[in-house]
Each structure stands twice: as C-alpha cells, then as structure tokens.
Write a protein that binds this ligand. Sequence first.
Ligand code: HEM
Length: 538
Amino acid sequence: GTPAPMTPTGASTGLPPTANGQQGDYLTASNGARLRDTDHSLKAGRRGPTLLQDHHLREKITHFDHERIPERVVHARGTGAHGTFTGYGTADGVTRAGFLAKGKETPVFVRFSTVLGSRGSADTVRDTRGFATKFYTDEGTFDLVGNNIPVFFIQDAIKFPDIIHAAKPHPDREIPQAQSAHDTFWDFVSLHTEAQHHTIWNMSDRGIPRSYRTMEGFGVHTFRLVNAAGDTTLVKFHWKPKLGVHSLDWEEAQMLAGLDPDFHRRDLYDAIESGAFPEYELGLQLFPDMPDETFGDIDLLDPTKFVPEELAPVQLVGRLVLDRTPTNFFAETEQVAFHLGNLVPGIDVTNDPLLQGRLFSYGDTQLTRLAGPNFAQIPINRPHVPVNDMLRDGFHQQAVHGGVAPYHPNSLDGGNPFEAGDDEQAFLDVPVTVAEAPKIRANPVSFDDHFSQVRLFWRSMSPVEKEHIVRAYTFELAKCYEQTIKERQLQCLANVDPELCEQVATGLGLPVPKPTKELTEETPSPVLSQIGREWPSD
Ligand code: HEM
C-alpha cells in the first residue's frame, strides 16, 4: 500500500525524545528506514547463497549476538520491584536526610538476590540473600545495599576476592552452583575463623528464606548520621518485613529447587500482581558517636559483629511498600547499579574496612558490567533530581552537553552552576578526626574475637532451630572430599559450643575434637554479660 507520510520525531535538538526503539507504527531498521521484509535474508536467487550486502540481516544478527552482558560477579541471580518509601519523621532528631521526614514519599527500586549462583541458578538454595534498595530522593539517590544476614564473612575488603573465590563453584568442575557444600568454602571458613559467625547464620533457617517478603534486611556496617545541628550518631540499618521472618524447611527448599527454581522470583511477582504488596519497615539501631566507635564491648567497625536488639532496640523510621513489578527485566533488574557511595545529606560512612573497600568495588565492577562510565544515565539508575555533574563523553554517552567549559569555575559558559553552601541541603563529609598513626596492614585487636557471637547465636536458638543447624552443618560438610577440612571445621565448632560440635561430629562419623586451650578458659562472653540474663541452654 501507499506508505503513510513521514512524521518528525525530533525535539528541538533534532534528536528523538527517547531511544526506546518502539516509536511509530512501522517496523524499521535501527536507522529508522522502514522494512519491507524481516523474515527472509537477501539471496542470489531462491536457492542461492546469502549476500554479505544484506545489512538488515547482519544488523539483526549482530545485535542479537551481543544481547547478553556479563552477569554480576556476585549476586548474579536477582529479582526486582518498584515501590514507595514513606518516612515517619521519627529520625528527624538524628539525621537531616529529607526522605525520612514525616509523610515524605520517595520512589524506590529494590533488588533481591542470592549471592553465589549464576543468573540461571535456583532460588531456594542455602545462601545469603541480597536486599539492595535505591531511594530516588529529592536530595539525590541513596543506595542501601544490604543482606538478609546482619554480619559478614570477613573484616577487611582485601579478603573479598578470597572468600568469593572459595565460595563460588570449584574452578575445575564448576560445581556446586550455589550451595555451601564444597571443599573450598569449608576450607576458607575453617581457616578464617572470623567467617564462622556469618556461616552459622547460613546454616540456620536464615539461609533458606520462605520468601523475599518474609526476610529481614541489614545494612551490616555501621554508618554515621548527622542532624541539622551537625551532631552525629552511629547507626545500623534494618528492614523488618511486615509478614514476619519465615523460612523453608530444608527438604522443601531442595524439592522447590527442582519443581520451581524460580520460586522466590515468582512469589514476589505474583504477590505484587495480585495486590498483596510486600511491606517492610526501616529501623535504626542508634549508638553514641564515641571516639572509640564501640558500643559496650562491641567494636562497631567490625562487620562480623552485630548488636543484639536487647542492647539497642530497632527504632522504626519509615515504611516501604513494593507495589509495581518491572516492565522489562533487563532494563531494570539487570541494569540497576547500586553503590554505597550514593549517599544523601544526613548519612555518611564510617571507617569499617569492609565498607571502605566496597566504596571502591561497586562502581569499578559496573565499569565493565555496564560497559563504560555512563551507566548512571541508564533509566533505572537516573536520579529523580536535576543532575549537573560536568562528567563528559565516554562509552554510551546519551547526553548532548551544551557549552564549551565543563570545568569549574569558568568565565565562558554564562555563569557557573552554583556550589551549595554549608547551610543548604548539600552532602556534608562529617569532619571526623583521623588519628595520626603509622601506616599499617593490621586489624584493631578487638577484631580478634571470632567466637563469642557465634556462641551467642547458637545459644539463642530453640531446640528445633538447633536441630536444623546441626543437620545443615552435617549435610554440607558430608559433601566435602577432604577429611582434613571436615576436621578443621569441627575444631571451629568445638570452639563455638561442645554440644553443637558433638552432634555434627557424630553425624559425620568423626571423632569429637576438644576446644583449643584459649577457649577452654571460661571467659564470659562480653555480649552475654551485657545482656545481663542467661540465654536458654537448649
Ligand atoms: C553486589 C551486598 C560486601 C562487591 C552486591 C549486591 C548486594 C551486595 C546486595 C547485589 C546488588 C544488586 O542487586 O545489584 C553486600 C553486603 C556486603 C558486601 C551486604 C557486606 C556487608 C562486598 C564487598 C565487596 C563487594 C566487601 C568488594 C570488596 C560486590 C560487587 C557486586 C556486589 C562487585 C556486584 C555489583 C554489580 O555488578 O553491580 N553486594 N556486599 N561486596 N558486591 Fe557486595
């Protein structure tokens, strides 16, 4: 038929307003030329060879050939949702972050994930879960990149490549996909006793959540809040699910991994689509900002320690409702890029050596994963406030910047963008004092206690929870090929609790080791003594 008249799509720049590839009524090539036939390649006669000059064929296949981008080096398997965060105003006294003000509504995007499996792995494996939230606030984007376990395996970011190399599938056989059941994992955690705390949480029911809707989230590190007067408070962030915390039974988790490997992904999507919107409350544990950055005997810079809620209650400061599923998994869930450096006025970092390394790692990996330095321009990553950043050019630059002087100050571009003064809502680096000290590769000595909180966790469990933990250690360790690794891990368990060790050793048919000398001395746990009450012995 007669083609319809061409209509201009350009704005004043002469460029289309969006590059979404779905404009107009006609199928086109990427240059906008209408196509007569996208079903047959161009050939020399019906039975002849395909012609190299068929640009449409080559473009279609070339683009397809490059559809995949690298999966995340960790947390590759994830699922996302949009929602709204509403502040309660209860945090006004401790932070000037505007999104926590009473009644303030902020759009968010959340990505839940497993850590170790690849993009196509099963959802219900025993693993830590990621709980990463992007708040598109009026003061810039704030990313809270947390997990469902309040502590981490290591105390220094320089160990992150080591723990991940040990926890990912064996380099030779690429198994197991996403479980803790292998030699390198147990080799690492038995050699690095600081990992025992995170590991016992993994071996507990926390390692197999029922749903992303029934999972807590933790910022893990201690952050520093600053209020309007400039007063600072140390803080740990918590998400509390409205439905409470629920887990799968191990047999259920194993069956589901076969019957429905998308179980958590489907659950989140179906819940939102049916109007059962997942809800969480954001809570803060607050600690006085003392020069030693400790709370009681707990070093707040040590990410392998948590602070029991009995000592510092979680104070609720806002509510998150997830009410919209992504339109396009790739554009939103895959391309979202979280970064701990995305902070807003009122929230700053501390010297936690794990947090300090994360501040480097995320943006660095995204340079490769999202191919260049302009991933903040991808729709899901765009701030919901004006951006005037003087960053220029680079791979996949989408902006057409005007002016000639992308530097500050300048006298050519008709006035410079303003720098916000101290009294305005600008980000403030809290001027904490940095101690004058020799350069050193060492941890604070307080980081050396690797067992008291593991013991605290074990002793706080109910009998059925303890039974699950024993079964999990036994199941996972039984899969190790190396006897010495099983024995070394049993030695770690002996140092946690004799009953736990004995039960796992019996399950494995191995001798029960004695605690090492250091731990036979009945030193009271610093944490237990602060709580001031006995925890049930079983
Ligand atoms: C990804 C949490 C420690 C490097 C993630 C994600 C989460 C997370 C939730 C997934 C983000 C998403 O959904 O896109 C945590 C927590 C940690 C921790 C809670 C400790 C408390 C570290 C450390 C490093 C690191 C120490 C490196 C030094 C990465 C990298 C990614 C990642 C490279 C992939 C990011 C991407 O490709 O966009 N982490 N992580 N993480 N994490 Fe961590």
